[in-house]
Write a protein that binds this ligand. Sequence first.
Ligand code: GAL
Length: 948
Amino acid sequence: MSYVEDPGPGHGSVPPRAAFTSDAPSCSLNGTWRFRLSPSLAAAPAGIEGDGFDDSGWDELPVPSLWQLHGHGRPAYTNVPYPFPVDPPHVPSDNPTGDHRLRFDLPGGWPAGSTVLRFDGIDSCGRIWLNGTELGVTKGSRLTSEFEVGSLLRPTGNVLAVRVHQWSAASYLEDQDMWWLSGIFRAVTLLARPAGGIADYGVRADYDHTTGLGTVRVETGPDVVLDIPELGVTAHPAGEPLELPVEPWSAESPRLYDGTLSTAAESVPVRIGFRTVSIEDGLLKVNGRRLLLRGVNRHEHDPRTGRAVSRETALADVLLMKRHNINAVRTSHYPPDAAFLELCDEYGLWVIDECDLETHGFEPLGWVGNPSAEPMWAEAYLDRMRRTVERDKNRPSVILWSLGNESHTGENLARMAEWVRHRDPTRPVHYEGDHDCAYVDVHSRMYATHEEVERIGRREDDNERRRDLPFLQCEYGHAMGNGPGGLLEYRELFERYPNCQGGFIWEWIDHGLAADGHFAYGGDFGEPIHDGNFVIDGLVFPDRTPSPGLIEYAKIIEPVRIAADAAGIRVSNHYDFLTTEHLVFTWVLEDEGTAVAQGVLDIPAVHSGQSVTVPMPSLPATAGESWLTVSASSASAASWAPAGHVVGWGQLPVSAAPAAAPLPRRGPVFRTGGRLVLGTGEFDAVTGTLTTLGGHAVRGPRLDVWRATTDNDRGTFAGRPAAEQWREAGLHRMQHRVISVDADGEELVVRTRVAPPAQPFGLFTAYTWTAFEDRLRLRLEVTPDGEFPGTLPRLGLAMAVPGTLGSAEWFGGGPGEAYPDSSQAARIGRFSSSVDGLQTPYVYPQENGNRTAVRWARLTAPDGTGLRIDGEPQFDFTARRWDAAALEAARHTDDLVPGDLVHLSVDVAQHGLGTASCGPGVLPQYRLMPQKTEFTLWFRAVSGHRDR
Ligand code: GAL
């Protein structure tokens, strides 16, 4: 059998060991290599390992890289299905094969003796030669392999040849939901290994929270000494335990002690974090405290380089996570580049380090033939786990090992778990696919509904073993497109039930690939089998711009919660360890969104899990609706955020809007030609719709219930998709029958019945217009007629105004978008944005940009003229340069072409978002059911910059 189809691990490499640097010479072989892609192994050139082989006609390729992103072949995306016949361990003969060659000289003075050549990641299988000698074969795309090359190196003119196959038997074990991309995508390094040096080491640094003592012990070779200057430790024999008072490491205070391990021949910097992970009383604890994991699943992704991700990009992720209150990461579904975990140690994130393993493509086949249960794969499974644990064993941030993802169950997984327990008893084992928890230490589920989490929380699980384990959701809150909705209710469960210890949002980043004018997803590269935009499901856009989902998540998981009522301001500390002493609490009073007073609150130190209430500051009287906003922000700079970074905030309404002034006299309705004139408005006499307001052309407003469906509306995970039910009901093509237009005296009353074709049900709508000087009041009454089959996407008015009205200002919820089940991050204030800026550029276009709880909004032209809408009391709105139908039809952001109008929706309500793209749908309290509704709005034209 060819090495490509051998189900075993690769061969020829040296045993796996920890990732570390040292003072021994090293040399990066990253850079420009020669490259040639052949359609198959058979078509690949012979003799590429030879010195004399002529590669001058080959292309150049940067290493590390994935060749499909450099014009060779094309990316392909599938979630579950294998893109090749399931015939393990065989793979297609048409197996793209990328030959890589590098000629290099050693740096001057390179020592004789042992040198290893390290590859941090080759996808999926590489055969390697140095100076004509075969070193071996590597598999396990996201795992390190090292080869001994000391005896083969020459001072100059070394030739390294690497033949990489897109497909190999290992591809059956690497069916993660992501792009299929190939190449040498992580670093290549030469490392001199001095005789008498440190081949490997394992630091065990425990912390006893009852005594405050740390114990450090290093498992390594003979004659190694440990120095930790900060702790006064010098030349301590590394293998002997050392006990001393220390500050512990946690994600919240990532205290690291810098030290060195050394022998006469080599010195290795070490960063030691003291912490002890335990499971006690059915709870996952670190340093004696129950953790609440406010996590995300992180794939490595960059829109231009795919899974070849630089340290800067890894740092950008860590900083963004920290700044959004995230405290945990699951490295879905493979060990990340080692740099990421070093950053997690340094900046503080709890990590579930997951092995590079997924065989999900067997699920549609009823798991028949699944490698997890087939002996021929046993060695490959163990090899992957060993390489994961050995490489990352010294990272204090890693608190759980995960066997992999979605590989069902079987003996091979059980053996991995057994091996881990033996090798590293200090960290529990995680694997979601072991539903009975036969060989794992924590109960993990993905996308469990709120009810299911509640049952687990109450310990009502019928499985006894599972019932007593800590529970976490390794994936939940599917962040595909607009969403997720329903996170607040999960938080409530995690806080109510101590054994429900939080979870990890699926997922951190949209895997969109940079294309001309937009981000590409599955199918955009002509793949015959693909899963479309299911790869676009992150909290940040492909370019790492935070999406509204991230802003909402940050608010939900804020470590300090501030609530205020007449009794005072209550500050609750939701950190797992920290007090609030590092925070300053400031308040600002805003009168209709304009700051009128501010100050600092004196809040005594609040301990983890505690809260305090302090009296309200004394506040001046205000003329309009006013709100007090209290924010907790950092008093001094942290490594991950400047001073003043807000970690939590709360609002209290202080005074309501003043009672409306008595209404002036109503104006009369006139009929002139085909038009009706009422105050500053003109209406079409036949349809009764507004045509101009204060000289601005207006279309509508007319009743509207449709929205461009979201990924969650179309999602199939919670039963029948809402979008399907809406479409079948015909809600996207409602017709308006004018019943009557009565223009008598001082009211214009338009009655219509709005209903879909072919259906007996509809909505009776009465629009009652009245003019009060320069203002028009619209009272809308909507009454369902007949039996509606389900929910409505939204309920409100659609109208269009001239495109020149391109600036929006409003008083209400903001600054970002909000929907009923994703609205915690919206605060009440005065905000402004261009119409273009109101759009959220979801990679796959869909409903977006709704502003909620709006008291008034203005849309104006550059000269300040325009329209103002006031709610009685509030409304939601969206404003965009295309209509809902165009938004629905678009497949990429650049399909959305601005027209001449601004399309405005002014709503009573929107249906919630839910997470039915992969998870529960919209919770009952956020469903929009048709019911009798009354709604009042005021319209008027504004001119110049006065009507503020
Ligand atoms: C899970 C899987 C993830 C991802 C997610 C849906 O089942 O573990 O890798 O596919 O669903 O986006």
